[in-house]
Design a protein around this ligand. Structure first.
Ligand SMILES: Cc1cc2nc3c(=O)[nH]c(=O)nc-3n(C[C@H](O)[C@H](O)[C@H](O)COP(=O)(O)OP(=O)(O)OC[C@H]3O[C@@H](n4cnc5c(N)ncnc54)[C@H](O)[C@@H]3O)c2cc1C
Length: 398
């Protein structure tokens, strides 16, 4: 079996990332697929246990997912709970670090720990062979006792399925390609999806002079203010996480009510379940307001029902409205993109996410682990740390 996966690129903006990949036929104890915040966190806790994993990442640099996000993006989660293990943000970083702060943070972490990262390695499949895993990378193979899949839950933009979508005469894009909010100056913009990404887009649009903005929502969700009377609400998330779920739901509902009053007045539907319950059950992150609700109250953003169909320039909504936006932004979410890579293992649900049997391991496939596939009330950084600590301990005992 050939284990040579080509030259070790191991460089990120001039940062050398540790050792070259091992020689052909070498069996790795742990391979981590993906060197984003989840993969780096897993590598950290494995090192703590004396295991030096090999990280494979298809990108040429650390932090590729964050680099690709729009430049105005800042975290919705507070910096005190949104950092990698043992590394804080520099003192002057804002309470909600900006995209570039996050990229620098990931780079600093990778540089500090000099992990064995092999860049430019697109993993196309993972197969289970006897007690090991065969990882296919650009026609070559790596064999490992353990594989940690850390490719990100928001790996691939989702795809809208609406009658007549192809006929849309305006510009259609995914929230992942939102770009600079200024490009929407004077334009009519339809944002599809009232979740986390939809609110992020409307938050940014609320700061430019667009023409009409419509937010198309199918169901309701509780919305958290980024700040309430000057206080960063998310600071309380570790406490919320410890409460019984009904109490977290109630806390979020109360914060929403104090911040915005009755959101039915701006047309937002009443949610059928609490936000914390929804996050745990359906793994849907809580939308965060940073200007969107005020733009609804001012009438600059209009909440509309779900889209029934599109015919050329016209968009028909379930509430009888017909509008002619120049832009349609799909903010209905992302998929993990794991379907092709893990197709042979039979462990994905219909949404393409792994079905965990125990913690973040697939019980029927010992040695296969996942990190970063579940959102939490606190942050992905926080949940990745918890998951990585547990899997590092379990791997060390194998
Ligand atoms: C718009 C947006 C805002 C967000 N805001 C927050 C926030 O405020 N707070 C928070 O906690 N979380 C937030 N998240 C969620 C989460 O923190 C990010 O998605 C984060 O990037 C997840 O880190 P990750 O390491 O799991 O995945 P990623 O950062 O996506 O990293 C995955 C890595 O795997 C690599 N990879 C993927 N597939 C392969 C393959 N087949 N072969 C080899 N390499 C591969 C990629 O190149 C990438 O480097 C946000 C997400 C989005 C989309």
């Amino acid at each position: 079996m050939i284990c040579n996966v080509g030259p070790t690129v191991a460089r990120t903006h001039g940062i050398a990332h540790g050792e070259p990949m091992k020689s052909p036929m070498q069996i790795e104890r742990v391979v981590i697929v993906g060197a984003g915040l989840s993969g780096l966190t897993a590598a950290y806790y494995l090192r703590e246990r004396g295991i030096d994993p090999l990280l494979l990442d298809r990108a040429e640099v650390v932090g590729s997912s964050w680099r690709a996000r729009h430049s105005q993006l800042s975290l919705n989660t507070h910096r005190s709970v949104s950092h990698l293990p043992g590394l804080k943000y520099p003192a002057k970083t804002s309470a909600f670090p900006k995209r570039d702060d996050v990229v620098r943070h990931l780079e600093d972490f990778a540089r500090k720990h000099a992990f064995r990262i092999s860049h430019g390695k697109d993993v196309t499949s993972i197969r289970h062979l006897d007690s090991r895993y065969e990882i296919e990378v650009g026609g070559n193979k790596v064999v490992a006792d353990n594989v940690v899949v850390a490719c990100g839950r928001d790996n691939k933009p989702g795809e809208l399925d609406i009658e007549g979508l192809e006929s849309f005469q305006g510009t259609r894009l995914h929230a992942a390609a939102f770009g600079d909010a200024k490009q929407y100056l004077g334009k009519g913009v339809l944002v599809v999806g009232g979740g986390n990404s939809g609110f992020d887009v409307v938050n940014h649009l609320s700061r430019v002079r667009t023409a009409n903005v419509w937010l198309s929502v199918r169901s309701g969700s509780n919305i958290l203010p980024k700040r309430l009377r000057g206080i960063a609400v998310h600071r309380f998330s570790p406490l919320m996480e410890r409460l019984p779920i009904w109490a977290s739901d109630a806390g979020i509902r109360i914060a929403e009510r104090i911040a915005f009053g009755d959101l039915r007045k701006v047309g937002l539907p009443i949610p059928s379940i609490g936000a914390a319950t929804r996050l745990r059950r359906e793994q849907i992150a809580i939308p965060v307001d940073d200007g969107a609700i005020q733009s609804m109250k001012d009438g600059r953003t209009v909440v509309v029902a779900e889209i029934l169909r599109i015919d050329g320039a016209k968009v028909y909504f379930a509430d009888g409205r017909i509008e002619e936006p120049e832009y349609l932004i799909d903010a209905t979410g992302y998929t993990s993109g794991l379907t092709i890579m893990l197709s042979e293992l039979g462990i994905l649900n219909c949404k393409g996410n792994p079905q965990f049997v125990e913690q973040n391991a697939a019980k029927q496939l010992p040695g296969l682990w996942f990190v970063g596939m579940k959102p939490s009330l606190v942050s992905y950084f926080d949940s990745a740390s918890r998951e990585a600590r547990a899997l590092a301990s379990a791997i060390a005992q194998r």
